[in-house]
Design a protein around this ligand. Structure first.
Ligand code: BG6
Length: 507
């Protein structure tokens, strides 16, 4: 981990300064960071877009973002917020920009962080031209006046494009200067997956195929494709938009081996090992292990095909469920069930680790039930409201950890009832956790890459998702189901549990 220099002026150039991400997430995060005593460095912000705009007009636009406490936080850094117009596809325009940003307070010696909040197709050429214009340059990690580039997701749209982008970036910058963002890693509860696993040794002996029956990871959203997003989303879909990045990162943290230290490389080495161990399914296996769907009209909401900007003949999925497997010593044979969908009834992100049932069921057996009926009832959960021995880690909107178990119900008979140990972050800690972007920007300023993705992690994730997507698109073996907006998605996804007890969690 590299420490930030608190005396240093850090210039944050936001390319895509007039965009939604800049206004909704980045500037509020920077404003909040600037207020924290541990924020350290002095911050200067320059929004960059193609259209012309004065500093004052830009400030007024940013300040108008409706979020509690934002206006006051923003006022404190407003004098350090600027706007410059430039075209990231034009070298001469960037050369002019360089002269302009070098002329701001701090001069050319400032530490500079370039945030690419741009259309993804522009990433590779933007990095190349930023280097040619001298806005960034290759340097060693210990040099003062650093130059770092943060690249938003999606990092490529498949393995080949991600690889090409990595090559373009590495041609002009050293790896330590490149910060590939996945905002899920900035979430407190996602980071807590590491803390929970590697600080509490009690779970380690059972964290493997001998004791875990299956792992579920869900990212459920109530939102559909918001206005203005169809241009991006319709060519992308649920698999590439959320599963390839956020969900596989969560999977990696749940399944990785313990790192020898919390050093960025040690941690990322372990994550990439897991991602590389994802079993690459052939088309037949994809047909058995994946479900894709899109939302149709619901009781109160329009269907995906009626969203503004979606192509009439679109085949993009807004829901994906996969049964993934990790081919390594710890996890071989344990299904990792991954599910993500838009327009589901509830917004929540959750990890469930379901431990094996005892080999023999001694309790709760109705006296007149045959062995076969009893087995069936156990499998479909009819005898127990909550399956015992499930560890549930709630990532959002509530940050929780729960462990379910059975207890004897008071009375003359030996009847087991479901019970749970529950922990809630907000009850335990007073402060709301900082926004994910705030945490990640703080780390980027400090040069700590632990919570950013390395090129090989991204490529390993794409390799897996490409195998699924190729089977979908080229072999046509997986139908595109439809589910009414506001419902739990297609029933076909339940079949992914085959051979295991239980069903999809509803948060
Ligand atoms: C983004 C996706 O990366 O993550 C969005 O592009 C999705 O489609 C979002 O809605 C989910 O993030 P969060 O933090 O709201 O779970």
């Amino acid at each position: 981990m590299t420490q930030g220099d608190a005396t240093q002026l850090v210039q944050i150039l936001i390319f895509g300064g007039r965009g939604d991400l800049a206004r909704r997430k980045l500037v509020p995060a920077i404003a909040s960071l600037a207020r924290r005593p541990q924020g350290g460095a002095q911050l200067q912000v320059v929004g960059i877009g193609r259209s012309g705009m004065s500093d004052d007009a830009f400030r007024a636009w940013l300040r108008g973002f409706p979020q509690e406490g934002h206006a006051e936080a923003f006022d404190a850094i407003a004098p350090q917020v600027h706007y410059r117009s430039a075209d990231v596809q034009d070298l001469a325009s960037l050369a002019k920009l360089r002269a302009e940003v070098d002329a701001l307070a701090g001069g050319a010696e400032v530490a500079r962080l370039c945030y690419l909040a741009l259309e993804p197709r522009l990433f590779a050429s933007a990095v190349t031209l930023l280097s040619e214009s001298g806005i960034v340059h290759r340097h060693r990690s210990e040099d003062r006046g650093y130059r770092r580039v943060i690249i938003e997701k999606p990092f490529g749209h498949d393995l080949a494009s991600a690889h090409a982008l990595n090559e373009a970036v590495q041609r002009v910058l050293n790896e330590h200067q490149v910060l590939r963002i996945d905002h899920y890693l900035g979430k407190e509860t996602v980071q807590n997956l590491l803390g929970f696993r590697f600080h509490n040794a009690i779970f380690e002996p059972v964290w493997n195929r001998h004791h875990v029956e299956l792992v579920q990871i869900t990212v459920a959203e109530t939102l559909g494709v918001e206005e203005g997003r169809a241009a991006y989303y319709d060519g992308t879909g649920a698999l590439r938009d959320v599963l390839q990045n956020h969900m596989l990162q969560v999977l990696a943290l749940v399944a990785m081996e313990p790192p020898a230290s919390l050093d960025a490389e040690a941690l990322r080495n372990q994550k990439v090992e897991v991602l590389r161990a994802l079993r690459l399914p052939d088309p037949e296996e994809v047909a058995r292990s994946s479900v894709r769907a899109r939302y149709g009209p619901g009781a109160a909401q329009r269907g995906y095909l009626d969203e503004v900007g979606v192509a009439e003949d679109s085949t993009t999925e807004t829901y994906v469920a996969l049964r993934a497997e990790i081919n390594n010593w710890r996890w071989r044979g344990v299904p990792f069930l991954l599910r993500h969908g838009k327009r589901l009834p509830k917004r929540f992100t959750e990890v469930q680790v379901q431990f094996r049932m005892p080999p023999l069921q001694l309790f709760n057996r109705p006296p007149d039930m045959s062995d076969a009926e009893f087995d069936r009832a156990l499998h479909n959960g009819a005898l127990c409201l909550i399956r015992p021995n499930v560890l549930t880690i709630g990532i959002q909107p509530r940050e929780t950890i729960g462990l379910s178990f059975g207890v004897k119900q008071p009375g003359p008979e030996m009847i087991m009832a479901p019970a749970a140990l529950a922990f809630d972050y907000r009850e335990r800690f007073d402060d709301a956790p900082p926004d994910a972007y705030e945490r990640l920007l703080q780390d980027a300023i400090a040069g700590d890459a632990t919570l950013f993705l390395r090129s090989d992690e991204i490529e390993a994730s794409w390799r897996y998702c490409d195998a699924v997507r190729t089977a979908w698109s080229e072999h046509g073996a997986v139908p595109l189901h439809e589910y009414p907006a506001g419902t739990w998605g297609p029933a076909a996804a339940d079949e992914l549990f085959r051979g295991c007890e239980g069903g999809w969690t509803r948060g």
